[in-house]
Design a protein around this ligand. Structure first.
Ligand SMILES: [Zn+2]
Length: 375
């Protein structure tokens, strides 16, 4: 299995599938076709779900013998960029470590899915197994959004669970935070620096916004931590403004990111944006403020009684339950009502130049999921 997984991963890594909108890559078209052909050669059904030119997800299906609910396995097939990497598309082995862009996040998991597909093609499972290879996870999750819209509702009965093979170091991920991107824009009036009374400064009021964000951050840090996910947090993201040193600035913008917990009410989180906007508005000077939620993704917590947790624990003794620090597409499938967990290999360097995955952990992931799917 070591050799087989290494070969599969080498083939996947050799295909540049850098996210098109996040990092200006070619997108997922080529790798989606590769996976579709691979599944078809195994005699499995495999369908493309395209949402833009050269951008597509793949859904494969292994038909079960009947008598058990279906399961979804998921891996995203896009990667981040390769800046600073020497040979990002050539898989390199050093001992147990396999190096290359995407090996950890998460073509290693995708290789495990392809190996499982091959095993299942020769040994049909009790319930159907859906193999979903999604595009655009690294940016706006357009691939999984499309699958939730166009594919998932066609399944009846709904699958019992979904397993996302994101790198979890062999732990069972039963929740992760969500995030929201906020922005306030401050509008003033430009004037020559020698005539400040004719202008309205759009930068100085940002101090009020920063002060309020500091207070909110302290409040979040004082909350009792969630046992699995810790505390919610925020950090300053981007700040812009002004046009020249000798000009009263007519415009500024401040963006920040808020990491959210599953039980935080979205209205309460949005209330923080209103607080920041109000602090700027009430500062003397005549500036106007626009408050905006740029983008938001929900947090997720797997229902504690979901059978997939117990099945994975049985198949992978010693695998503890954990909260996951990063956001993943599991929130979207979970939100659609399918209990979702994350379970995948160990390694290092997601989004970094020294990305590697442990080959042994790929074999372990394969073995555990084979047990889940065949017993
Ligand atoms: Zn990932």
């Amino acid at each position: 299995m070591e050799q087989h997984l290494t070969r599969l991963l080498g083939e996947l890594v050799a295909i540049n599938s850098i996210n098109a909108t996040l990092s200006g890559g070619p997108g997922e078209g080529e790798i989606a076709h590769f996976i579709q052909n691979h599944l078809k050669r195994l005699g499995l059904e495999a369908e493309l779900y395209a949402f833009a030119a050269a951008r597509a997800s793949v859904v494969g299906r292994v038909r079960g013998r009947g008598g058990r609910e279906s399961l979804i396995l998921n891996g995203h097939i896009d990667t981040v960029g390769v800046e600073g990497m020497e040979a990002p598309f050539a898989l390199r082995r050093e001992g147990d470590r396999l190096y290359g862009r995407g090996v950890y996040d998460m073509k290693g998991g995708v290789a495990v899915m392809l190996a499982l597909a091959e095993m299942l093609a020769g040994q049909p499972p009790a319930g159907d197994v859906w193999l979903t290879f999604s595009a655009d996870e690294e940016d706006r999750s357009l691939g999984t959004e499309q699958l939730v819209r166009e594919w998932l509702p066609s399944l009846s009965p709904a699958p019992a669970a979904a397993v996302f093979l994101e790198p979890t170091e062999g732990l069972i991920g039963v929740g992760h935070k969500g995030f929201t991107w906020f922005e306030i824009e401050v509008m003033g009036r430009a004037a020559h620096g020698s005539r400040p009374e004719e202008g309205i400064d759009a930068i100085i009021p940002l101090g009020e916004a920063l002060g309020e964000l500091g207070r909110i951050r302290s409040e979040l840090a004082a909350r009792p931590p969630d046992p699995l996910l810790g505390r919610p947090s925020l950090h300053g993201g981007m700040v812009q403004g002004g046009s020249a040193l000798s000009v009263v600035p007519a415009h500024s913008a401040l963006r920040w990111e808020r990491r959210t917990l599953p039980d935080e009410a979205p209205e309460a989180v949005a209330g923080e944006l209103a607080r920041v906007a109000r602090a700027v508005e009430t500062f003397p000077g005549g500036q106007r403020v626009k408050a905006l939620t740029i983008f938001t993704r929900p947090a997720y917590r797997t229902p504690p009684d979901a059978a997939i947790i117990r099945r994975l624990q049985q198949a992978s003794p010693g695998s503890k339950l954990t909260g996951i620090s990063f956001w993943a597409d599991s929130a979207l499938i979970g939100q659609a009502g399918i209990p979702s967990v994350l379970f995948g290999p160990a390694g290092h360097g997601a989004h970094a130049v020294d990305e590697w995955v442990s080959l042994k952990s790929l074999v372990d992931t394969y073995a555990a999921l084979r047990t889940v799917l065949t017993t």
